[in-house]
Design a binder for this molecule. Structure first.
Ligand code: MN
Length: 323
């Protein structure tokens, strides 16, 4: 039976276990890897055998985290664990190939902060009031009596800073800063880590940003911005498709703009990243073209020429802004 649990029950279970497998979600982000590596190191310092598993590789942008190379894909040895604990994964699908380890585990636990969590483990701690899974791992550290050192502080800072948009989202609370104060006392080098986490980009991303900005158009009386990237831009800039991630957000950082999109020419059609400010809802626009997402961030693909796709998208976004 699926049941909800508490931080103290999880701490108790972990203290009794010797072999612990920590799992996190596909396409791991700062919260996923920061939370997982923090828990791994705490448990190892207590003499436990703890490992971190993830279906996908650590992205280059997070390779500043100590021990990132110890994150592995599920293997034979991973099935020996007394406890399998998933972090920051909202549902079975998000765990990818790691979900098999939940299915075969002697005991499975999860800690997460997504309101939509499907409670897939035997014991589930889901608290959507916190900004990051890292904040729940911090509470767990207190419960375990684990001391927080500089590396654990780096991991938890990465988790919390990633999921709060560097402490800008409405999910930030006084507890966020209480935890941060303790991380600072543990020796966190906030400026070096903030630079690595939020400022440093790959050369391909910077060049693609230049190409996207040079295509910028302002429409709908200044309320809509659009950018587009062609296959030849990727070739010219020697950039991979994922190096265009995040560029769409720049379109919203203009006074007066309430909605923005980035159109990217791909092998399967014109891919659109859509963004807007409240009270608008770009997920409805994305759905009109067979895509989906969230209210303020969504995406879809239109199978047509760039010109036709841009025309359809301009019309749909302008309709949204009229409503
Ligand atoms: Mn998260």
């Amino acid at each position: 039976m699926k049941t909800t649990t508490t931080i103290s029950n999880i701490a108790e279970a972990l203290l009794e276990a010797s072999n612990i497998a920590i799992l996190t979600h596909i396409q791991p982000d700062g919260d996923a890897l920061g939370s997982s590596l923090a828990l791994m190191l705490m448990l190892r310092r207590m003499g436990k055998n703890a490992r971190v598993f993830c279906q996908d590789a650590v992205p280059a942008s997070l390779k500043f985290l100590p021990r990132w190379e110890e994150v592995s894909i599920p293997d034979e040895a991973s099935l020996e664990a007394d406890i399998v604990i998933a972090l920051d994964a909202s549902d079975e699908g998000r765990l990818g190939s790691c979900f098999d380890m939940i299915k075969t585990a002697k005991k499975s636990i999860q800690i997460d902060h997504h309101a939509t969590n499907s409670l897939f483990a035997d014991y589930n701690l889901v608290d959507s009031s916190v900004a990051a899974t890292g904040m729940l791992v911090f509470r767990l550290a207190k419960e375990l009596g684990a001391s927080i050192d500089k590396d654990i502080a780096t991991y938890l800072y990465t988790a919390i800073s990633s999921d709060t948009g560097n402490f800008c989202f409405p999910s930030v609370t006084d507890e966020t800063f209480d935890q941060m104060a303790e991380l600072m006392r543990a020796g966190l080098d906030i400026s070096t880590n903030a630079q690595k986490l939020h400022l440093l980009k790959g050369l391909g991303n910077i060049r693609m940003t230049g190409s996207a900005l040079s295509s910028l158009k302002i429409k709908a009386a200044g309320r809509l911005s659009s950018m587009c990237l062609l296959k030849e831009d990727f070739v010219k800039n020697d950039a991979r498709i994922e190096e265009a991630d995040g560029i769409v957000n720049l379109g919203l950082y203009i006074h007066g703009v309430e909605a923005a999109y980035l159109a990217t020419e791909t092998a399967c059609g014109i891919k659109f990243n859509l963004r807007c400010l409240k009270p608008y809802d770009v997920s409805i626009v994305a759905q009109q073209f067979g895509g989906g997402g969230h209210m303020l961030a969504a995406g879809c693909t239109i199978k047509s020429s760039m010109d036709k796709a841009l025309e359809s998208m301009d019309k749909a976004m302008e309709e949204m802004l009229k409503a």
